[in-house]
Design a protein around this ligand. Sequence first.
Ligand code: 5GP
Length: 136
Amino acid sequence: MPSIFSKIIAGQIPGQFVFRDELWVAILDIRPVAPGHALLIPLAEAQHLAELPAPTLAALGDRLARLTAAVKAATGAPAVNVVVNDGPAAGQEVPHAHVHVIPRFADDGRRLAWTATPYADGELAAWATKVRAAWR
Ligand code: 5GP
């Protein structure tokens, strides 16, 4: 069954489009963290970013840079949060990979949930070794 984003891309349900091309679209999020909060969505449907076709992934940087510039210019925000909830355990609600671009102002009172926890002695290097070993 197509995702809600595929239905928006197909025109079956409404969406406010910022742009669309052969690989990616951007729409405004219907429940924004702040006005102008946009979603960059691939036409290809996959739950995780890493599962997208190579040409789609290759174009991501360009589209993200341009969408970030558009959101900042339109809102006047000096900064954005770029967020990917890549899987349900990370808070992903819509199982169709997408990137949030959220305009941010100093002292705007918005918070993204983030709990920083320091490593114990030696753990940082041990985790770096594990992640390096998994790099492909
Ligand atoms: P996730 O938690 O999956 O990273 O984020 C999904 C986002 O999609 C949420 O911020 C939610 O507000 C947005 N969203 C869900 N349904 C719709 C919809 O029908 N239209 C639009 N424009 N955004 C939606």
